[in-house]
Design a binder for this molecule. Structure first.
Ligand code: SGN
Ligand code: CA
Length: 514
């Protein structure tokens, strides 16, 4: 072989190598990292979403995420309340491990492992916009702009990175979306991003955007079959203070005879918009007085009004999710951006006669979760497995090609979403522990577990009761069969419960099980 030929051969080899580097399949970690948007609402019940079976609610954009991706049917929270759910989102740990058990003055410990920080360290740009509700400022985010505490619906204040509290004109759901898209516009397009869009909607007191008032006025909502529950055999359920009949307030919640000009939230509005809401609720009040209702008719009227304001508030939420989806499409980001929509917990829409959350019962234990990742998650995927909110952090890390440290208590369900893992390889039970008592809503602390078929619960802190439900025969949890000779089932569920208490190292529950 002469010299020239040798040079040509090496040049050819180099060319082949270069071509392969450009087109041969790359190892997984070299694949382009996806952008991830986690849209996180507040108190938005799965029963209020079209994709979860509600035929009256208008949620086309949430439904679209589900149709184009996956819907989790059993996405359970581990402590059904706002701050604790957010602390679990950020840490992948139970409340007793991340230190945030209640919505009180606890300062969330930001020195612990927070998954957005791990994303940052791996090159992601990160942002948090909207409701955080953790008494601490965001950590692990390059950009943030948050609501103080619960925030306001109309002309809300935001705390930005200069730590100043600034009032912005507009409706909270629109503003949160606008700030999120503004940040996307100025990001570095050469690096992937992760963003939490944290909504206030649909939290009490359900104050809709002016453009959505009256959106459900023509709808008569079906009364849930458990609406007149008498709580027999369930002491904690009997002693709660979260019923539509007794707890829901005519003034602040239902806006009957509410002095809109001076009322909390509404008084922040400018005169023009305030006048529109004033007129609308004056009509509601007139209608109410003309009916002269009492007893069940009164409670049912309250339920109808509750549903109307709740779903009208959710309309802006869904519309704004649509704006985010549209933005991704217009900017060529649709293919490589994972979009997640979830709520911090479930909520009662009249089931058991209630609003609010807290209980381990199905409506507040389960929260909606839909996710779209084109090319990776098959459209129309339905996941029945028992997912818990401790799994959200490790799943997002997995999407970014990162693994969670040992202290994270959840596990990634990405393999379930892609079909790489079968249900039989997943967990058989989710552990739950709720603490906040007595205020607000007087729900006794409790812990327990939910398996595919059963739910075993122990209430404590003033009462000491056990409850057992067979969800196959009693999906609405109306009959506590704990005292009914279900001995074998109880023994095996209690032993599984003890195992979970050990696995998650819950000292308070361990002491109560002695
Ligand atoms: C407020 C509400 C309660 C609600 C908590 C917690 N009362 O206190 O009804 O349970 O927030 O909600 S209100 O009169 O202020 O509306 S959470 O979603 O933040 O956990
Ligand atoms: Ca909440």
């Amino acid at each position: 072989m002469d010299f020239d030929m040798r040079i040509n051969l090496s040049a050819l080899a180099l060319l082949l190598l270069a071509a392969c580097m450009a087109s041969c399949s790359k190892p997984a970690e070299e694949k382009k990292k996806p952008n991830i948007i986690f849209i996180f609402s507040d108190d938005h019940a799965y029963q209020a979403i079209g994709a979860y079976g509600n035929t009256l609610a208008k949620t086309p954009n949430i439904d679209r995420i589900a149709q184009e991706g996956a819907l989790l049917k059993n996405n359970l929270v581990t402590n059904s309340i706002c701050g604790p759910s957010r602390a679990t989102l950020l840490t992948g740990k139970y409340s007793h491990k991340n230190g945030y058990k209640r919505n009180d003055r606890t300062l969330f410990d930001v020195s612990q492992f927070l998954f957005p920080r791990a994303l940052q360290e791996s090159g992601y740009q990160t942002a948090y916009v909207g409701k955080l509700h953790l008494n601490s400022l965001p950590e692990g985010f390059d950009y943030w702009n948050i609501l103080p505490g619960q925030g306001h619906y109309y002309n809300p204040d935001f705390i930005g990175q200069t730590k100043d509290t600034v009032r912005h004109e507009g409706y909270v759901t629109d503003l949160i979306t606008r700030f999120s898209l503004d940040w996307l516009n100025q990001r570095d397009p050469s690096r992937p991003f992760f963003m939490v869009i944290g909504h206030k909607a649909t939290h009490r007191e359900w104050q809709p955007s002016v453009e959505d008032i009256g959106a459900y006025d023509d709808v008569e909502f079906p009364i849930p079959s458990t609406f007149y529950d008498n709580y027999e055999g369930r002491l904690a359920a009997k002693e709660q203070d979260m019923s539509i009949e007794k707890t829901m307030r005519m003034l602040e919640d239902l806006k009957v005879d509410l002095d809109i000009d001076n009322a909390f939230g509404f008084r922040r509005l400018g005169p023009e918009q305030r006048a529109k809401l004033k007129e609308y609720y004056a009509g509601v009040s007139r209608d109410f007085h003309s009916r002269k209702l009492s007893g069940r008719a009164l409670t049912e009227w309250k339920f109808q009004r509750y549903m109307k304001d709740y779903l009208s508030t959710a309309n802006a939420l869904d519309r704004n999710i649509g704006k985010v989806l549209e933005y991704l499409k217009e900017n060529g980001l649709e293919e490589n951006t994972v979009v997640i929509y979830a709520s911090d917990q479930g909520f009662y829409l009249g089931e058991h006669g209630w609003f609010d959350k807290r209980f381990i019962y199905e409506e507040s234990l389960k929260t909606p979760f839909v996710i779209r990742y084109p090319g990776v998650i098959k459209p129309g995927t339905i996941i029945d497995d028992l997912i818990a909110n401790i799994d959200w952090a490790p799943t997002v890390l997995d999407l970014a090609g990162l693994s969670a440290p040992a202290e994270v208590q959840g596990k990634s369900f990405l393999p379930l979403l892609t079909g790489e893992k079968k249900s039989s390889e997943w967990r058989d039970a989710v552990y739950y522990h709720y603490y906040e008592f007595p205020q607000p809503h007087h729900v006794y602390p409790h812990f327990g577990l939910r398996t595919e078929r059963y739910k075993l619960v122990r209430f404590y802190g003033g009462i000491d009761t056990w409850e057992l439900y067979d969800l196959q025969n009693d999906p609405q949890e109306m009959t506590n069969i704990y005292g009914d000779g279900s001995g074998g089932v109880i023994a095996s569920l209690k032993s599984r419960l003890k195992e979970l208490i050990e696995e998650y190292d819950d000292a308070d529950a361990r002491a109560l099980m002695q």
